[in-house]
Design a protein around this ligand. Structure first.
Ligand code: 13P
Length: 258
């Protein structure tokens, strides 16, 4: 059975002092309830704070990832970060294809595929984000949009590489809006992604975790995580509040048995 995963995407938020407070409180809460026995927990701070968070979490089960990487190896790419650098500072995972990067920073299908490949080569877990806009949902294109995003991102990969992915379904209209997908709406897309994964073999479908993201909070997390194909969450705003993030981790620990 897939272990549930809760990932906190801090986006462009945080300062040294607040990060320390947040991480210290989250670590204490996870330990107090022994939550990491039932749920994997990751945080994705802004890159300038990765080393800080990695140092604070080194002796714990909380792992650290990056929000982005460059598709190229080290070299003359001013302002960019390579996959090997992220590994070097202690990252185990990286977000790829987040809708904010697709919409604002030119991460198109081809670049997303190249970033996934670069992450895998370096040994990072790519957390591949997918999701439709409101216009696409209204036009009943949701399943075709996520199919295209998934297939183009994995097109050049070998089977064992696909098994190392984490998928995150994040409907664009639910991100930062307070308007979450209903558990049934999310489950429909997750089940579809599971079918796409099964095209590479049942073990791929059984192994790859598919997270839901988009206005997950302490109140709605349990109902989402109770769905059969929802294996945890990618959390934005609520991951910046230790109490809320811990409540979401607790809901994920209960998961489908809740
Ligand atoms: P919110 O939880 O703030 O809606 O953000 C979701 C998200 O984009 C996580 O990557």
């Amino acid at each position: 059975m897939r272990k549930t995963l809760v990932a906190g995407n801090w986006k462009m938020n945080g300062r040294v002092v607040q990060n320390d407070e947040l991480v210290t409180t989250v670590l204490a809460g996870l330990a107090e309830q022994a939550l990491t026995e039932q749920v994997d927990v990751m945080v994705f701070p802004p890159s300038v704070y990765i080393a800080q968070v990695e140092a604070a979490t080194r002796e714990s089960a909380l792992s650290v990832g990056a929000q982005n990487l460059c598709e190229f190896a080290d070299g003359a790419y001013t302002g960019e970060l390579s996959a090997e650098m992220l590994v070097d500072v202690g990252c185990s995972a990286v977000l790829i294809g987040h809708s904010e990067r697709r919409a604002m920073f030119g991460d198109d299908e081809q670049r997303v595929a190249e970033k996934v490949k670069a992450a895998l080569v370096a040994g990072l877990t790519p957390v591949l984000c997918l999701g439709e806009s409101l216009e696409q949902r209204d036009a009943e294109q949701t399943l075709s949009v996520v199919t295209e995003q998934f297939k183009s991102a994995v097109a050049g990969l070998k089977l064992p590489e696909i098994t190392r992915l984490v998928l995150a379904y994040e409907p664009v209209w639910a991100i930062g809006t307070g308007r979450t997908a209903t558990p049934e709406q999310a489950q429909e897309v997750h089940a579809h992604l599971r079918v796409l994964l099964a095209e590479y073999g049942q073990s791929v479908a059984d192994t790859v975790r598919v997270l839901y993201g988009g206005s997950v909070n302490a109140d709605n997390a349990a109902a989402l995580f109770a769905q059969q194909d929802i294996d945890g969450g990618l959390i934005g705003g609520a991951s910046l509040k230790a109490k809320d993030f811990l409540a979401i981790c607790q809901a994920a620990a209960v998961g489908r048995d809740g």
